[in-house]
Design a protein around this ligand. Sequence first.
Ligand code: SF4
Length: 91
Amino acid sequence: MSEAAFPCTQCGLCCRNVHLAEPTRHLDRGDGVCRHYGDADKRCAVYDSRPDICRVDRQYELHYAQHYTWERFVAVNIDACHTLQSLEREV
Ligand code: SF4
């Protein structure tokens, strides 16, 4: 099991760009934002029962634990976070 929780900053960018990845595209409400994302409170309306694809630790256990250490997996995902943040700044 993972040693430390994923250091999510709750920026919401992954929830606001679900159209960019095939595994989350089904959540797109039509403008790239997840249909469960609250524009007003910037929170997930189904957080406690959110899909497995939204659970970074669950994804690790299901698909990546055989290939990467948790630390490496976190680093790769943080790179993805930074890419989204860079794209957001360019808009
Ligand atoms: S279900 Fe929740 S955690 Fe998953 S993308 Fe939508 S708002 Fe984000």
